[in-house]
Design a protein around this ligand. Structure first.
Ligand code: SAH
Ligand code: SF4
Length: 358
């Protein structure tokens, strides 16, 4: 395997100026380089036609522009155009990302053309019992450039710009907070990707110290919290993270977020038969949602090969949803798009890891 090279996607336009300065080049060269990287989004140093050939060769010998390479692309069947791709990182690890086009006719304040679900880690240390990403534990954090490169790869696949981002792929973004904040800075930077904070959703299973740092970052990001249980007893059964940061710590941190954040929190709640889909949980969930002025997103469980959990019947899911509506909680019941391409993140990599490697 070739030696991994640092990626220039790691550098802000200002840092590129410093970098080229340290290599003995003038500042205007850095501005040219930044344009090639972020405006024209070239994948090859050779395409940087206004840079001297010696500088192009020097950069190509030391750096890469794409620290990952898509190796498997799947399109879901039955009319949905959700696509999922697996990328190989320079060290041979794999991550997955999901491209979700906006439904036709979708409008409203945060309408978008193309949403991308990105991964933040290879695997995950949190080990939620129902999740494919957690099954194999954590391999490593993604660097900021590996997070950014998923966006560039998706744009290359889709042939259009990504304008909405959700951190709901593999990994717990707040457990990789340093690289997450670095990536977010470049994602929001108008001279880099230029995606506004309001178009970015961070999903967390409730990493309280990470939440506090994200709040201190001070940007109007959207926050989704994977609750999946409305009492400590139910939540701890499927989410070991709840033993470390139980509801008694998580909920105050979310109230604090509400004081600094500008958006309604979304509580994600996967419905799993025999675990958390009792109507008594719906009433507890309503109490939490009301306290946090949050909306609730119900997701019938997406089966993972090798795990025992199943989704409740459609009637049971609807009854759970109605119980929240009766409590006047804003709620959506969403059957996941791309069910047939293992769209719940982590599943494609799991398959790849379990297959004999050729
Ligand atoms: N670690 C973060 C973000 C990645 S998981 C978090 O947990 O929030 C993104 C979402 O997918 C979470 O709400 C997670 O609970 C959910 N998820 C994981 N496995 C799933 C499955 N099999 N079916 C449906 N949703 C799943
Ligand atoms: Fe990690 Fe999120 Fe999966 Fe839990 S649900 S194991 S936190 S990726």
């Amino acid at each position: 395997m070739p030696e991994p090279r640092p990626s220039l996607l790691e550098y802000s336009p200002a840092e590129l100026t410093e970098l080229l300065g340290s290599l003995g080049h003038k500042a205007f060269r850095a501005a040219q380089l930044a344009e090639w990287i972020w405006k024209h989004r070239v994948t090859d140093f050779e395409a940087m036609s206004n840079l001297p050939p010696a500088l192009r060769a020097e950069l190509a010998a030391r750096y890469t522009l794409r620290p990952l390479e898509p190796v498997d692309l799947r399109q879901s069947q039955g009319g949905s155009t959700t696509r999922k791709f697996l990328s190989r990182l320079q060290d041979g690890e794999h991550v997955e990302s999901v491209i979700i086009p906006a439904a036709v006719g979708q409008g409203g304040a945060h309408s978008s053309r193309l949403t991308l679900c990105v991964s933040s880690q290879v695997g995950c240390a949190f080990g939620c019992r129902f999740c494919a990403s957690g099954l194999l534990g954590l391999t490593r954090n993604l660097s900021a450039s590996e997070i950014l490169a998923q966006i560039l790869a998706a744009e290359e696949i889709a042939g259009e710009r990504v304008d909405n981002l959700v951190f709901m792929g593999m990994g717990e973004p707040l457990a990789n907070i340093d690289n997450l904040l670095r990536a977010l800075t470049l994602i929001m930077e108008p001279k880099a990707l230029g995606i506004g904070a309001r178009h970015i959703t961070i999903s967390t299973s409730g990493n309280v110290p990470g939440l506090r740092r994200l709040a201190a970052f001070g940007k109007p990001l959207r926050l989704a919290v994977s609750l999946h249980g409305a009492s400590d007893e139910v939540r701890s059964r499927v989410m070991p993270v709840n033993r470390k940061w139980p509801l008694g710590e998580l909920l105050p941190a979310l109230r604090e977020w509400n004081r600094t954040g500008k958006h309604m929190i979304t509580l994600e709640y996967i419905l799993i038969e025999g675990v958390n889909a009792e109507l008594s949980q719906a009433r507890e969930l309503a109490r939490i949602a009301r306290d946090l002025r949050a909306k609730v997103n119900l997701i019938p469980y997406n089966r993972v090969e090798g795990l025992p959990w199943v989704r409740p019947s459609e009637a049971a899911c609807r009854a759970f949803c109605r119980a929240l509506v009766a409590e006047r909680i804003p709620v959506t019941l969403r059957y996941e798009k791309g069910h047939d391409i293992d769209a719940a993140c982590g599943q494609l990599r799991l398959r790849k890891t379990r297959e004999p490697q050729g």
